[in-house]
Design a protein around this ligand. Structure first.
Ligand SMILES: Nc1ncnc2c1ncn2[C@@H]1O[C@H](COP(=O)(O)OP(=O)(O)OP(=O)(O)O)[C@@H](O)[C@H]1O
Ligand SMILES: [Mg+2]
Length: 197
C-alpha cells in the first residue's frame, strides 16, 4: 500500500496534468452545486477559502453569498499557537495580503478576535485527495486537523460546523490510510454533486 506521502505526490502530479481552463470550468460547476445545496441556502455563517494553483476555485461564490447577506469567513495562519488556523470574517473590499504560502488572507491585527469555530455553520476545505469513507489528505501541514480537533472531539454534532471537502472527482482514491489525528469530512462536493459520508 502506498504511503500518504506517495499518494500526495501522485495526486499533485495528477492535478498538474489538468489544464487551468479545465479546472476553472469544473470549479464553476462545483460552485453551482454548492449554491443549489441546502447546505448553502439554509446556513448563514460559511467558511470558504482562496485557492492556490489548481485547487478548486470558490471565488465565484463570494459575491453571490454576500448578496444573500451570508457571513463569510476565511482561514488565516495563527500567530500563536503556530500550526493552527483562525477564521476571520471576510467582508467585501477587505484589504488582503499574501501569507507565507502565497495564499490571500484578510488583513487583521495580531489581536484579531478569534471566531469561535463552533459558531460557524459550514467549513469548506480544499484537499489533495479523499476516499469514500470521508478521509481527507491535505497538503501535509495538518492545519485543518489541528484547528478542527478540539471542536470536533468535544462538541456535540449540533455545536460544530459541517465539514465539507471540495475537490474534482479525479482526486478520489480507493483508500487513504488515515492517522489518529485526521478529522474526517462530513461530505464532499465535486463537479458530480455532493456525497455525504
Ligand atoms: N491535532 C493535532 N495535534 C498535533 N499534531 C497534529 C494534529 N493534527 C495533525 N498534526 C500533525 O500534522 C502533521 C501533518 O498532518 P496530516 O498529514 O494529516 O496533514 P494534512 O491533513 O494532509 O494537512 P492539512 O490539514 O494542513 O491540509 C502530522 O505529522 C501530525 O503530527
Ligand atoms: Mg490530515
Amino acid at each position: 500500500m502506498p504511503t500518504r506521502e506517495q499518494l500526495r505526490i501522485e495526486l499533485k502530479q495528477r492535478r498538474d496534468q489538468h489544464s487551468e481552463t479545465e479546472c476553472e470550468k469544473l470549479s464553476v460547476s462545483i460552485c453551482e452545486h454548492i449554491r443549489r445545496s441546502k447546505l448553502f441556502i439554509n446556513r448563514q455563517r460559511l467558511a470558504l477559502y482562496y485557492s492556490v494553483g489548481n485547487e478548486v476555485n470558490l471565488e465565484h461564490l463570494f459575491h453571490y453569498a454576500w448578496a444573500l447577506n451570508k457571513t463569510l469567513f476565511l482561514p488565516v495562519l495563527s500567530r500563536f499557537p503556530k500550526g493552527h488556523l483562525w477564521w476571520i470574517q471576510y467582508i467585501e473590499n477587505t484589504p488582503m495580503y499574501l501569507n507565507r504560502y502565497q495564499i490571500p488572507e484578510p488583513v487583521h491585527s495580531g489581536h484579531a478576535r478569534r471566531t469561535k469555530l463552533r459558531s460557524l455553520d459550514v467549513v469548506f476545505m480544499p484537499l489533495v485527495g479523499f476516499d469514500d469513507k470521508g478521509n481527507r489528505l491535505g497538503m501535509g501541514g495538518g492545519f485543518y486537523d489541528r484547528s478542527l480537533s478540539r471542536c470536533f472531539r468535544q462538541s456535540t454534532t449540533w455545536h460544530r460546523p459541517v465539514r465539507i471537502g471540495v475537490a474534482y472527482s479525479w482526486q478520489q482514491l480507493t483508500k487513504i490510510p488515515n492517522e489518529p489525528w485526521d478529522i474526517p469530512l462530513d461530505a464532499i462536493v465535486t463537479e458530480q454533486g455532493i456525497t455525504w459520508f
